[in-house]
Design a protein around this ligand. Structure first.
Ligand code: MLT
Ligand code: ZN
Length: 473
């Protein structure tokens, strides 16, 4: 079947607003958030329900047309990027945007793939519940995308990654059949847990169309503090102090470097450090509990008081209102945007055992400085779960393209240290199109081999999201 015939069939199926072919309409779907990949496509498919989506995939399969599924297009690794040769079609999930059900007794919500994470959080809150997944891009990132990439984020320390919050899935497989797994059971040992294969598969095995997510009770007390600390060891000691006092109270425990905080303060409007003096390192801690006993502030003050006394914490501010909580969080959440504004940056979304975070930051900072004098190390992220974004910004005034051309050299320098510290080269961003070259080295042998066999069994013609996860032949 020719491309023209396929597009005519898709237009008849999806209607005029369900298929974009004009280059001015398709163009925004051809570049990633980081601006690393710029591809081309003949069409963007925008089905509005699962049945039409499945039929569209069947039509594409019959024409051997390859599909790149896309949610909010916020991938940090080109996970939804189309190729430059124009041979792939984009399948946008954003019109699958219904919240099908919320059940405050079962504590579940059934959400279509194109609902943004923020809209899902808000709907859960309106029903008196908490959807605890939280990431910096939650205003644009969609439920389908966060599950396809098994996103982690700020609250993993307490609630786990997206995978741990998903009880059931509906997905369209590469031949257009629908995987109907929207069960909402806490216990269900009936053969292979296929949803866990789809979660984190980055759209290479199926297109997630709907999910059942686990909800939690909404906290009645929340406390947020920003602390200036003298060292990464002190940040880790503070985490251990909170964990020792009450591990169940920790909702988020985030680390930021002095360099990153300075970039945010300089480049993000309305961001201001609320401490008298800058510190070399910072921690943002959020405590939360469903209890209504008024004791959470006391816990925070006791732990911080002891840390101020022993010198680990240099200064700290506690938010007194929801507005202040949001402005402290803004200093953390704008890190990615501030780096983007500072010039070219190379991201290393790595994880190590929590105990090794000080060594990771010290060793990787020194190794990158030796590799490129003037390079700005901006480590930050989820200290509580061992996931640090060891990001590097180009030296001030350097050429962006020349700096980015050295991205593999920089990533390999950081990753050699991560490997030595028994970590992973991708903690929460996935592999996408940027990092498949690392797979043989890190996941080679039986692991990558088994992944290839699964891919071949489910998608023998490599129709779904080609070029992601797996290195070329
Ligand atoms: C974050 O936690 O803000 C992101 O995962 C960002 C990043 O690596 O830049
Ligand atoms: Zn992160």
């Amino acid at each position: 079947m020719s491309t023209d015939t396929l597009l005519a069939d898709l237009r008849a199926l999806l209607g005029p607003s369900g298929l974009l072919t004009d280059p001015s309409d398709t163009e925004p779907y051809c570049s990633d958030w980081r601006g690393l990949f710029h591809g081309r496509t003949d069409a963007v498919l925008r089905p509005s329900d699962t049945a039409r989506l499945a039929e569209a995939v069947r039509l594409c399969a019959a024409s051997a047309a390859r599909i790149v599924p896309m949610g909010g297009n916020t991938s940090m690794v080109g996970g939804a990027s189309v190729s430059e040769d124009g041979s792939e079609l984009v399948l946008s999930l954003t019109r699958l945007n219904r919240i099908r059900a919320i059940d405050p007794v079962d504590m579940t919500m059934t959400v279509e793939a194109g609902v943004t994470l923020k809209a899902a959080q808000d709907a859960a809150a309106e029903a008196g519940c908490l959807l605890p997944l939280s990431i910096s891009s939650e205003g644009s990132a969609t439920i389908g995308g966060v599950l396809a990439t098994n996103a982690g984020g700020n609250n993993t320390v307490r609630y786990g990654n997206a995978r741990e919050l998903c009880l059931g899935l509906e997905a369209v497989l590469p031949d257009g059949t629908v995987f109907e797994g929207l069960r909402r059971l806490r216990k269900d040992n009936t053969g292979y847990a296929l949803r866990h294969l789809l979660i984190g598969s980055e759209g290479t095995l199926g297109i997630i169309t709907c999910a059942v997510l686990q909800l939690y009770p909404r906290p009645r007390q929340v406390e947020v503090a920003l602390c200036g600390v003298e060292s990464v060891d002190a940040a880790l000691a503070l985490f251990m102090a909170f964990r020792g006092a009450d591990p169940s109270a920790i909702q988020a425990f985030e680390y930021m470097s002095g360099t990153g905080m300075a970039l945010v303060n300089t480049l993000i409007p309305d961001a201001a450090l609320p401490l008298a003096e800058p510190s070399p390192h910072y921690v943002l801690v959020e405590l939360a509990t469903v209890r209504d006993d008024g004791l959470l502030r006391g816990l925070l003050e006791t732990v911080l008081g002891a840390a101020l006394e022993n010198g680990a914490v240099q200064d700290a501010v506690i938010a007194e209102s929801q507005a202040q909580r949001l402005s402290l969080w803004k200093l953390r959440e704008e890190h990615a945007e501030a780096q983007k504004r500072a010039g070219g940056s190379v991201k290393n979304d790595v994880s190590v055992p929590v105990s090794k975070i000080p060594a990771l930051i010290a060793r990787a900072t020194a190794a990158c400085a030796a590799l490129i004098p003037g390079i700005r190390a901006v480590p930050f992220g989820h200290l509580g779960d061992g996931n640090i974004h060891f990001n590097l910004v180009q030296p001030d005034g350097a050429d962006r393209a020349q700096f980015l051309a050295r991205d593999h050299e920089i990533m390999d320098t950081v990753c050699a240290i991560v490997r030595d510290l028994e970590g992973s080269f991708s903690a929460e961003h996935g592999v996408g199109r940027l990092k498949p070259y690392m797979m043989p080295d890190w996941r080679g042998g039986a692991e990558l081999d088994t992944m290839r066999r699964i891919k071949r069994a489910i998608d023998p013609d490599d129709m779904l999201n080609p070029g992601k996860i797996f290195p070329g032949p």
